[in-house]
Design a protein around this ligand. Structure first.
Ligand code: SF4
Length: 317
């Protein structure tokens, strides 16, 4: 059972380690926990390589063979981390979780038209009778704003934006209650980012839960209800989007630095670089870049009031 009414996905203690040759281990995701309700968009934000996409792969059972995952991820009572491949393939991917992928061109089958792929997905995931599959495929394309005149094209004939919409259409076919969008706006111009984000929001307003994994804070600000900030494999702050992007603003120094780095804000980059996930420092991983660091930061801070920091910033004046 999930732990609160309306919760669609409940993640606790999610941890992923990769074993590398020579005995090295990569701490890709560490002790991540969050809830996502039906009709809610949670944006998981952070720089590339912070573990966001690994987390998505863990939820879908798509981690590579050298990965070890622990913790729980309950979706309608089914623990995605404990489910076997057969269950994930038959009951979860496409049916309970629709994936809007990071690299649509790689996700689409190159030798088949978009129409063929949509019709096949309709056949796999829905009870729509054979004679109605063409119309169902076209309806899925329309929901993702994919132009009908391009349905008979192959993926290599599509622009990046149209490939993204084709992938989104595929994700919507099974009418899954949870959409997992992994960097869905990568490679799109601003107008298409806004349109893609608005489309995803519309599917959320229809009652789906949306986990939006992105480094695009503008897209997150546009559609998210809550924001979770990830750094070096951990969630360091979770806050309502209005509070995070507006007043009083984020309280974790890294989260505040992310916002201040935006060209539309202070345009002040965070000094230094994220740590290697195979060589994390003891204690708070942000310490080498943090202006507020003290001796207390040699221990990993526990989350308190949504912020994992020994010295969270006060509200902006
Ligand atoms: S725990 Fe310390 S080093 Fe880490 S973000 Fe907070 S103040 Fe900075």
């Amino acid at each position: 059972m999930n732990d609160r009414a309306g919760t669609l996905l409940s993640v606790r203690g999610l941890t992923v380690r990769f074993r590398l040759p020579g005995g090295r281990r990569v701490a890709a995701v560490s002790d991540v926990g969050f809830d996502l309700a039906a009709g809610e968009c949670l944006a998981l934000v952070g720089e590339s390589g912070c573990g966001k996409s690994v987390l998505a792969s863990a939820l879908l059972g798509l981690l590579p063979g050298n990965a070890e995952a622990s913790g729980t991820a309950l979706l309608d009572g089914l623990d995605l981390l404990a489910a076997d491949e057969r269950t994930l393939a038959r009951r979860v991917r496409g049916r309970r979780v629709g994936l809007v992928p990071q690299s649509p061109a790689a996700h689409l089958t190159p030798v088949r038209t978009v129409r063929a792929q949509l019709e096949e997905t309709v056949r796999e995931l829905t009870p729509v009778p054979r004679g109605e599959r063409r119309a169902a495929a076209e309806a899925a394309a329309a929901r993702a704003a994919f132009p009908p005149g391009h349905l008979d094209r192959h993926p290599h004939e599509l622009s990046g934006g149209l490939a993204q919409r084709a992938a989104t259409a595929l994700a919507l076919v099974g009418d899954a209650p949870l959409l997992l969008a992994d960097e869905p706006t990568t490679g799109l111009d601003r107008a298409l980012v806004d349109r893609t984000a608005d489309e995803l929001r519309r599917h959320t307003d229809d009652g789906r839960g949306l986990l939006l994994i992105t480094h695009d804070l503008a897209a997150a600000e546009r559609i998210a209800d809550r924001v979770a900030v990830m750094y070096a494999g951990r969630i360091v702050e979770v806050a309502p989007a209005a509070r995070f992007f507006g007043a009083p603003g984020p309280r974790h120094p890294y989260a505040r630095g992310l916002l201040d780095a935006l060209p539309t804000r202070a345009f002040a980059p965070i000094p230094g670089l994220p740590p290697e996930l195979s060589a994390l420092p003891d204690g708070c991983a942000f310490a080498p870049r943090c202006a507020r660091v003290t001796d207390a930061c040699r221990t990993v801070p526990e989350p308190r009031d949504g912020v994992a920091c020994h010295h969270p910033e006060e509200s902006r004046a």
